[in-house]
Design a protein around this ligand. Structure first.
Ligand code: NAP
Length: 306
């Protein structure tokens, strides 16, 4: 019987692991399919407090993991495939085996949706990103584009006008999905230029492997064109990684876990932290804070039960 299993090894999961390990809960962290979470695929993180010069996302994650290991957290390159509440405890399907545990912290995050174009994975961090807050400041006085037509795309486009010389908003239709206020804010900004009825079909790179342009296809006419940009910000939505818990844990229509009283979920002994339950802030520092809260809630839950 484990005392605590933590699903996910991003900011939320690792912070929960640090707190739980220091509370002698001997947590087992299942690293999941994307070890380190979204930070492990970004470059310089300039907004995590305590690093005035910034810190590389992967390094920040390595530091957090080392900190958790120092206090005894255990890690497994495993994936949670299912959850069954039992009398007084939980059963978690770890890869192919069921494991008993007293508590579970779900910090499995959310994965950015990508366009699925060739070389996409390789180009992340080289002129391709899904996070304007993280990477926008690297693209000062150059043209960039945002792909998507929802609130995220409009928010990112508006944010990017602080840095870029021009922000093309590429949308596959001719009306935005975004709320009126977000759409109006983006479209009224003189630096934002909508590119309607268009989808990227190829990322074009320069000799050093950085994005220099995108090839576009007009969804109405089929015509192809090239758009010169130094960075592509993909904002076509996130998918919370909650599929293994569907039907057991309460979630909203988009699949985000819903919490009750702090980090508690609808199932006793199961707590949620980070992007898996957050479609508002989605920041490394808020995920870390929620990981801390979940570990403390779980510790209290165990203490109350002796
Ligand atoms: P979203 O509302 O699902 O919008 C995704 C956008 O990407 C849509 O415009 C969609 O086009 C487009 N898209 C999806 N797949 C695509 C593909 N393969 N190729 C090209 N375009 C594609 O996602 P979101 O903007 O991330 O917003 C998610 C939720 O968070 C929403 O409820 C939103 O209101 C909320 N949110 C709120 C705020 C805020 O209030 N501050 C900020 C961000 C997000 P179609 O329109 O054609 O489907």
């Amino acid at each position: 019987m484990e005392k605590m299993i933590i699903v996910g090894s991003g900011c939320a999961g690792l912070t929960a692991a640090i707190y739980a390990a220091r509370a002698n809960l001997d947590p087992l962290v299942l690293e999941g399919k994307e070890p380190g979470g979204q930070l492990s695929t970004t470059t310089l993180v300039e907004n995590f407090p305590g690093f005035p010069e910034g810190i590389d996302g992967p390094q920040l994650i390595l530091n957090m993991k080392a900190q958790a290991q120092r206090f005894g957290a255990r890690f497994a390159y495993s994936f949670a495939n299912g959850l069954e509440p039992k009398e007084g405890h939980l059963r978690v399907k770890v890869d192919d085996d069921w494991v008993d545990t007293r508590t579970l912290i779900v910090a499995s995050g959310a994965s950015a949706r990508w366009l699925g174009l060739p070389h996409e994975k390789k180009l992340v961090g080289h002129g391709l990103t899904s996070c304007a807050t993280c990477d926008g400041a690297f693209y000062r006085n150059v043209p960039v584009c945002v792909v998507g037509g929802g609130d995220s795309a409009c928010e990112e486009a508006t944010f990017l006008t602080k840095f870029a010389s021009k922000v093309y908003l590429i949308h596959r239709r001719d009306t935005l999905r975004a709320s009126k206020i977000m759409a109006a804010r983006a479209l009224s900004n003189p630096k934002v230029e909508p590119v309607w009825n268009s989808v990227p079909t190829e990322y074009l790179t320069d000799e050093s492997g950085e994005v220099r342009a995108v090839r576009l296809k007009n969804t109405a006419t089929g015509a192809e064109s090239e758009l010169e940009v130094k960075c592509v910000f993909v904002a076509i939505g996130h998918t919370p990684n909650t599929a293994p818990f569907r039907g057991v844990l309460d979630m909203d229509a988009e699949g985000y876990l819903t919490q009750q009283r702090g980090s508690r979920t609808n199932i006793e002994g199961v707590f949620a932290a980070g992007d898996v339950a957050d479609h508002v802030y989605k920041q490394a520092v808020t995920a870390a804070g929620e990981g801390c809260a979940a570990a403390m809630d779980a510790e209290k839950y165990l203490a109350e039960r002796g």
